[in-house]
Design a binder for this molecule. Structure first.
Ligand code: F6R
Length: 242
């Protein structure tokens, strides 16, 4: 895995946006794999700037998000669809029909997961997948113990993830306990992976991912099996690396 250490969150966003923009420029029909959460917000801000100031053109690109909470409609303010609209899609020229986020309130969740996998395949696979990392080493919502063979499915969120995400909800009771998430196999199927981490709370997970053995106990460490992974971390997230 290639490691890039940048000074702080601002630099992280710029570096990551630059990598994604290069992909869009070299392949206008790029299939982007996208993440939500606090970490990529700065990257999305920079991508919007690149679109506005340097005319980065997303008109032929498409996107697949990693995950969505089960039970939340797309219109729910805490849904990942709403997050994507607010932080990126409403500000660039990526056609609405080219964006994909799992439908968290689908009547048939199993069917939704199967069709999501099919849609990724039919799009030709993901060219560049952006990831964050959970304090417990999760990627997407693949919590510790997730199989390397897992594909898009309904997953149970751990207490640690529910606690970490409670900051976006009025109370912890409102945080959904399940999500639809791409699997480890889906993520490893992307041609390139860029994982971002910022802040000291991620330092241990970053160390285990890069310096520990590849194990399902730390799902991000399974990225060691992928041939093209770039990890971009700020100094705080790199603070436990030897
Ligand atoms: C989000 C996702 C999660 C987050 C992770 C880190 O789509 O799949 O794996 O990337 O929980 O979240 P933040 O960036 O909020 O620390």
């Amino acid at each position: 895995m290639k490691l890039i250490i940048v000074k702080d969150y601002g630099e992280l966003g710029k570096k990551a946006a630059g990598l994604v923009a290069d992909e869009v420029k070299s392949n206008p029909k790029v299939v982007l794999g996208l993440a939500t959460g606090g970490t990529p917000v700065g990257m999305y801000r920079e991508l919007i700037k690149l679109h506005q100031e340097e005319s980065i053109d997303f008109s032929q690109a498409s996107s697949f998000n990693l995950d969505e909470y089960v039970g939340l409609a797309a219109t729910h303010p805490q849904s990942y669809r709403a997050y994507m609209q607010e932080n990126l899609f409403d500000h660039i020229n990526l056609p609405a029909g080219h964006t994909h986020v799992p439908t968290g309130d689908a009547a048939d969740l199993q069917q939704e997961c199967a069709s999501y996998e099919t849609a990724i395949r039919e799009a030709g696979g993901i060219d560049i997948q952006v990831l964050g990392i959970g304090n417990n080493g999760h990627i997407g919502f693949n919590e510790p113990g997730s199989s390397v063979e897992s594909t898009t499915r309904v997953v149970q969120l751990t207490e640690s993830t529910i606690e970490a995400n409670a900051r976006y909800f009025a109370s912890i009771e409102e945080v959904p306990t399940q999500a639809i998430s791409m699997g480890i196999k889906t993520i490893l199927g992307a041609k390139k992976v860029v994982l971002l981490a910022s802040g000291e709370t991620k330092a241990e997970a970053v160390r285990l991912m890069l310096e520990g053995e590849a194990t399902a106990d730390v799902p991000a460490s399974l990225l060691q099996h992928h041939p093209d992974v770039t990890v971009i971390v700020d100094e705080a997230a790199a603070s436990q690396l030897t």
